[in-house]
Design a protein around this ligand. Structure first.
Ligand SMILES: [Zn+2]
Length: 125
Protein backbone atom coordinates (compact mmCIF):
# COMPACT_ATOMS: atom_id res chain seq x y z
CA UNK A 1 0.00 0.00 0.00
CA UNK A 2 1.25 3.45 -0.85
CA UNK A 3 0.10 6.97 -0.05
CA UNK A 4 -1.23 8.50 3.13
CA UNK A 5 -3.89 6.72 5.10
CA UNK A 6 -6.74 8.91 6.30
CA UNK A 7 -9.62 8.35 8.68
CA UNK A 8 -12.90 10.18 9.16
CA UNK A 9 -14.27 10.53 12.68
CA UNK A 10 -17.49 12.11 13.91
CA UNK A 11 -17.00 14.82 16.55
CA UNK A 12 -19.50 16.74 18.64
CA UNK A 13 -18.07 20.18 17.80
CA UNK A 14 -16.73 19.85 14.21
CA UNK A 15 -18.91 17.12 12.70
CA UNK A 16 -17.01 14.73 10.47
CA UNK A 17 -13.27 15.29 10.66
CA UNK A 18 -10.93 13.67 8.14
CA UNK A 19 -7.32 13.46 9.17
CA UNK A 20 -4.11 11.60 8.37
CA UNK A 21 -3.78 8.29 10.17
CA UNK A 22 -0.18 7.59 11.16
CA UNK A 23 1.13 4.08 10.44
CA UNK A 24 1.81 3.47 14.17
CA UNK A 25 -1.78 4.20 15.27
CA UNK A 26 -3.78 1.16 16.45
CA UNK A 27 -6.99 2.70 15.10
CA UNK A 28 -10.09 4.33 16.49
CA UNK A 29 -12.55 1.48 17.06
CA UNK A 30 -13.33 2.92 20.51
CA UNK A 31 -14.07 6.41 19.10
CA UNK A 32 -17.30 7.94 20.40
CA UNK A 33 -19.31 10.60 18.50
CA UNK A 34 -19.46 12.87 21.57
CA UNK A 35 -15.70 13.31 21.36
CA UNK A 36 -14.43 16.87 20.82
CA UNK A 37 -12.03 17.34 17.92
CA UNK A 38 -9.27 18.47 20.31
CA UNK A 39 -9.57 15.11 22.11
CA UNK A 40 -8.93 12.95 19.04
CA UNK A 41 -5.99 10.78 20.03
CA UNK A 42 -3.72 8.63 17.87
CA UNK A 43 -2.34 5.87 20.04
CA UNK A 44 0.24 3.16 19.41
CA UNK A 45 0.26 -0.33 20.93
CA UNK A 46 0.71 -0.42 24.71
CA UNK A 47 4.12 -1.35 26.08
CA UNK A 48 3.29 -2.71 29.52
CA UNK A 49 5.32 -3.52 32.59
CA UNK A 50 3.30 -6.01 34.60
CA UNK A 51 4.24 -8.10 37.60
CA UNK A 52 2.14 -11.02 38.79
CA UNK A 53 -0.88 -9.80 36.91
CA UNK A 54 -0.67 -6.21 38.15
CA UNK A 55 0.06 -3.33 35.82
CA UNK A 56 3.04 -1.31 36.99
CA UNK A 57 3.70 0.99 34.05
CA UNK A 58 2.30 1.39 30.56
CA UNK A 59 3.68 3.48 27.70
CA UNK A 60 2.60 4.06 24.11
CA UNK A 61 3.10 6.48 21.24
CA UNK A 62 0.48 9.22 21.38
CA UNK A 63 -0.56 12.31 19.45
CA UNK A 64 -3.57 14.61 19.72
CA UNK A 65 -3.32 16.52 16.42
CA UNK A 66 -5.91 19.18 17.36
CA UNK A 67 -5.02 19.69 21.02
CA UNK A 68 -3.83 23.15 22.02
CA UNK A 69 -2.44 22.44 25.49
CA UNK A 70 0.27 24.76 26.74
CA UNK A 71 2.10 21.90 28.48
CA UNK A 72 3.34 19.38 25.91
CA UNK A 73 3.68 16.76 28.69
CA UNK A 74 -0.12 16.73 28.87
CA UNK A 75 -0.32 15.68 25.21
CA UNK A 76 -0.61 17.67 22.02
CA UNK A 77 0.10 17.79 18.31
CA UNK A 78 3.73 16.74 18.72
CA UNK A 79 4.09 12.95 18.82
CA UNK A 80 5.29 11.75 22.20
CA UNK A 81 5.16 8.67 24.37
CA UNK A 82 2.37 8.66 26.92
CA UNK A 83 3.52 7.10 30.20
CA UNK A 84 1.12 6.08 32.98
CA UNK A 85 1.74 6.63 35.81
CA UNK A 86 2.38 9.58 36.03
CA UNK A 87 0.13 10.37 33.06
CA UNK A 88 2.63 12.43 31.10
CA UNK A 89 3.60 12.50 27.43
CA UNK A 90 7.37 12.44 27.14
CA UNK A 91 9.86 13.43 24.43
CA UNK A 92 12.86 11.14 23.78
CA UNK A 93 15.00 12.79 26.50
CA UNK A 94 12.28 12.16 29.09
CA UNK A 95 12.03 8.52 28.01
CA UNK A 96 15.76 8.04 28.47
CA UNK A 97 15.45 9.62 31.93
CA UNK A 98 12.62 7.21 32.75
CA UNK A 99 14.68 4.24 31.53
CA UNK A 100 17.62 5.40 33.70
CA UNK A 101 15.29 5.62 36.71
CA UNK A 102 14.04 2.09 36.06
CA UNK A 103 17.64 0.83 35.78
CA UNK A 104 18.54 2.38 39.12
CA UNK A 105 15.31 1.12 40.71
CA UNK A 106 16.10 -2.43 39.56
CA UNK A 107 19.50 -2.10 41.29
CA UNK A 108 17.76 -1.00 44.50
CA UNK A 109 15.39 -4.00 44.33
CA UNK A 110 18.36 -6.35 43.88
CA UNK A 111 19.99 -4.63 46.88
CA UNK A 112 16.89 -5.34 48.95
CA UNK A 113 16.95 -8.98 47.83
CA UNK A 114 20.56 -9.29 48.96
CA UNK A 115 19.83 -7.59 52.31
CA UNK A 116 16.81 -9.84 52.89
CA UNK A 117 18.84 -12.93 52.04
CA UNK A 118 21.46 -11.94 54.64
CA UNK A 119 18.80 -11.23 57.29
CA UNK A 120 17.06 -14.55 56.66
CA UNK A 121 20.40 -16.38 56.88
CA UNK A 122 20.93 -14.82 60.32
CA UNK A 123 23.91 -12.83 59.23
CA UNK A 124 22.26 -9.43 59.70
CA UNK A 125 19.96 -8.10 62.40
ZN1 LIG B 1 -5.18 7.23 14.74
Amino acid sequence: MTGTRTITLLTVDHGLVTLDEPAWCVGHTDHRPETHRADILHKGPDVELTFRGGEVLVACLAQSPYATLADSELGGPTIGVSVYPPGRTLPPVGLYQLAASLDSYADQIRGLAEQLTRILAGGDR
